[in-house]
Design a binder for this molecule. Structure first.
Ligand code: DGY
Length: 429
C-alpha cells in the first residue's frame, strides 16, 4: 500500500491518522511496517504528540508502554522488542538483554519529558492528564538521573553517547571519525534493512560492521555501565543529545512543580547548571554553532549538521549565539528547498538521500521551527513548516526526504511523519 497525497490537494489529515492506526500494534506504534517492526523510543515520543490530536488516552498509553520497558537502572532502551519479527536485524538475540521486555542496550535522544509536557499542556481531559503525569514523573526522573549518572560519571556537564544509533542520527558524517576507530565484527550477518529500502538511502556495510561490534561489546561487559564507560571505543559528547536532554530536564522540573513533586528536582537543577557552564567548550565562533566532541581523542567533530543547532532548542545559547545560529539557519534554508538538510550542503560528505547524511527530516524541522519561534524568528519557523509540509504534500508520509528533490526516502507510511503532520498542522505555530 503506498499512501500518497495529490500535490494539488491539502494534506490529508485522515490519511495521517490512518497511518498511526495502521501502525498501532496495541499500546505502541511501530515506525513503519517491515523496516522497523518494534517500538523505538524517540519515534514513540513524537508519535504520542500525533495521537494527542486524535485520541488522548492512546497518546498517554504510548508513553506508558515505553516506560514499561525501562531498565532497573533508569535507562529507557532505544528499542523494545515487544513481539518477534524476522524483518529487522539486529533483533533481541543479538542484543542479548533478556531481563524484562527484550530490548536494545542503549538509549536514544531523551525527548520524552518534553513530549510529556506538551501532552500534559494540551490534553483536554485534565483528570486523565493529572493521573498520567503522576504515574510517569518518577519514571522520567529515574531516566534523567540515569543519563547524568551513567553517561557523565566524571561530572563534566556533558553526557556522552556510546553508539551512533543512540544519537538517532545514525550515519551522520559527524560520527565518521569516532566510528572509524571502532573495530569491525568478525562474524557474518544478513542485513534486513536493504530488503525494504534502496541501498543508496541507507548506511554502508563498514558502518554496520562497527555498529554491531559495539552491540557485542555491551553484551560482553554484561551491560555494566562502569565497565562500558572504561572500555567502549566509541564515546562522543553528542551535541544533539546534550541539547535535547537539557531542554527535557527543564521541562521535567516544570512538570514536577506543577505536580508538587519535589524528589529529584534539586539534583536535576544542579545537573542543568553544570551543563550550562560546560556548553561553551563546544561552541565554534567560526561555524556559528556547537560541535560534538570525540571523547576518546578529545577532537572536535567538525561537521555542521542539524544536531549542531539544537542548543537553541535546549535553551543553552546566549543572545549572541542564538542570533549567530539563526543567521546560519536562514542561510542554510536559502541553500536548500525542503527545509534543513541533515548535513550542511556545503560539506563534501553531504549526500542528499542517504539517511542522516543529507536528507530532510520532518521532526527535526519541527524542533528547529519551534526553537526559531521561541527565539523571536517566526519567519524561519513559518518557512520550515511550509517546506516540510510541501514534501509531505507532494511525496507522501515518508521517513525522510531527498534534500535536493523532496522525493520520499526510507520507509513509507511512516509514523513520525504522520504524527508531526497531525501535531504541527493542528497547531497555530
Ligand atoms: C536502524 O536499525 O536503522 C535503526 O536506526 C537503529 O536504531
Amino acid at each position: 500500500m503506498n499512501q500518497k497525497n495529490d500535490s494539488s490537494n491539502p494534506i490529508d489529515m485522515t490519511l495521517a491518522a490512518e497511518i498511526l492506526r495502521n501502525n498501532d500494534r496495541g499500546g505502541y506504534t511501530i515506525p513503519t511496517d517491515g523496516l522497523y517492526p518494534f517500538q523505538w523510543s524517540w519515534d514513540s515520543a513524537l508519535v504520542a504528540l500525533g495521537w494527542m490530536r486524535i485520541d488522548e488516552s492512546r497518546a498517554w498509553e504510548e508513553a506508558e508502554t515505553m516506560f514499561r520497558g525501562q531498565w532497573a537502572n533508569g535507562m529507557v532502551p532505544h528499542i523494545l522488542f515487544h513481539k518477534g519479527a524476522e524483518s529487522y536485524f539486529p533483533g533481541p538475540d543479538v542484543w542479548g538483554n533478556t531481563k524484562g521486555i527484550p530490548s536494545s542496550a542503549i538509549s536514544q535522544p531523551p525527548v520524552w519529558a518534553t513530549a510529556i509536557r506538551l501532552l500534559y499542556e494540551q490534553c483536554t481531559d485534565r483528570e486523565l492528564a493529572d493521573a498520567k503525569l503522576r504515574l510517569l514523573l518518577p519514571k522520567l526522573i529515574a531516566y534523567h538521573e540515569w543519563w547524568y549518572r551513567e553517561r557523565d560519571p566524571e561530572n563534566t556537564g556533558l553526557v556522552c553517547s556510546y553508539h551512533p544509533w543512540e544519537s538517532g542520527m545514525d550515519n551522520s558524517p559527524a560520527w565518521d571519525a569516532p566510528l572509524a576507530a571502532v573495530p569491525e565484527v568478525s562474524w557474518s550477518y544478513q542485513r534486513r534493512d536493504l530488503g525494504h529500502v534502496d541501498s543508496d538511502q541507507r548506511p554502508h556495510k563498514p558502518e554496520y560492521d562497527r555498529y554491531l561490534y559495539l552491540v557485542d561489546l555491551y553484551k560482553r561487559y554484561g551491560f555494566d555501565s562502569q565497565k562500558i564507560y572504561a572500555n567502549c571505543p566509541y564515546k562522543v559528547a553528542d551535541i544533539g543529545i546534550i541539547a535535547i536532554l537539557h531542554r527535557a530536564s527543564k521541562d521535567l522540573i516544570d512538570l514536577c512543580r506543577i505536580a508538587s513533586h519535589s524528589d529529584g528536582v534539586e539534583a536535576l537543577q544542579t545537573e542543568l547548571d553544570q551543563t550550562a557552564s560546560a556548553i561553551n567548550s563546544l561552541w565554534s565562533e567560526d561555524k556559528r554553532c556547537f560541535m560534538s566532541r570525540d571523547l576518546i581523542t578529545g577532537k572536535t567533530l567538525d561537521e555542521v549538521t542539524t544536531a549542531t543547532v539544537l542548543p537553541l532548542f535546549g535553551g543553552l545559547t546566549s543572545d549572541a549565539q542564538s542570533e549567530a545560529i539563526l543567521s546560519l539557519i536562514g542561510e542554510w534554508l536559502d541553500d536548500t528547498s525542503f527545509g534543513l538538510s541533515s548535513t550542511h550542503p556545503s560539506s563534501p560528505r553531504f549526500e542528499p538521500k542517504r539517511y542522516w547524511r543529507g536528507p530532510v527530516w520532518p521532526h527535526i524541522n519541527w524542533i528547529i521551527a519551534l526553537s526559531a519561534l521561541e527565539h523571536g524568528h517566526p519567519e524561519i519557523a513559518a518557512r520550515l513548516r511550509r517546506c516540510t509540509m510541501a514534501c509531505v504534500q507532494s511525496s507522501g508520509f515518508w521517513e525522510y526526504f531527498d534534500a535536493d528533490t523532496g522525493a520520499g526516502c526510507g520507509g513509507d507510511n511512516f509514523s513520525w511523519t504522520a504524527a508531526i503532520t497531525l501535531y504541527w498542522l493542528g497547531d497555530s505555530t
